[in-house]
Design a protein around this ligand. Structure first.
Ligand code: 5GP
Ligand code: MG
Length: 182
């Protein structure tokens, strides 16, 4: 498969659509098992998690609810360090089984900030499920309960993830080609 270009950068094919689907189905199978007889509330973190959330939901057979929040910390390919809450939580999470769905955990700052925002509430349980985790970049102590892929600390786009707004519609993941920059 050919490289793609967004703005000034080139990206090379990284994880295929079939590999992603396989992991998403496997995650759904584990969640169906772990939450059997319960009715978890999935909190999906926009924008990056929309495709992951939509695909995962098709394979859930348990009773499940979903709501969306929007946090953002990225500008270009580097974390800006500032977390913006653009859409807050509109659903009561007290006495609920919560699963947070994130596209990617990089430094862990965004997730840590969200957990801080909700720490006065009392969910029955709270777990984190991610499509991608960059363990070598993660600087905040976080327990990630479900991870589809652990990846190196390189910028990726596709499958919901963007580079300055572009690339979200790709059905597979691409990785920044650091040897080929304008
Ligand atoms: P953190 O706060 O963990 O450093 O960053 C989390 C957020 O940064 C993610 O939800 C995602 O929006 C963005 N992010 C982190 N790494 C990447 C990456 O490799 N590619 C893209 N497109 N976004 C990323
Ligand atoms: Mg995200």
């Amino acid at each position: 498969m050919a490289p793609v270009k967004f703005h000034d950068k080139y990206f090379v094919p990284y994880i295929s659509s079939a590999e992603i689907q396989e992991k998403v189905v496997e995650l759904a199978r584990r969640l169906n098992e772990d939450y059997k007889g319960k009715r978890p509330l999935f909190i999906s973190v926009l924008n990056g998690s929309f495709m992951f959330t939509a695909d995962l939901f098709k394979y859930l057979t348990i009773e499940a609810e979903v709501c969306f929040i929007k946090l953002a910390s990225y500008k270009g390919t580097k974390s800006s360090g500032q977390i913006l809450t653009a859409i807050g939580l509109d659903t009561d999470i007290n006495n609920r089984d919560i699963v947070i769905l994130e596209d990617i955990i990089d430094t862990g700052k965004t997730m840590t900030e969200f957990l801080r925002q909700i720490n006065h509430q009392q969910p029955t349980s709270l777990k984190i499920a991610v499509l991608l985790h960059k363990p070598t970049a993660t600087a905040y102590p976080l327990t990630i309960d479900y991870t589809c892929f652990s990846i190196p600390d390189k910028f990726v786009v596709g499958y919901g993830l963007d580079y300055d707004g572009l690339g979200r519609n790709l059905s597979q993941l691409y990785q920044l080609d650091e040897d080929n920059e304008d």
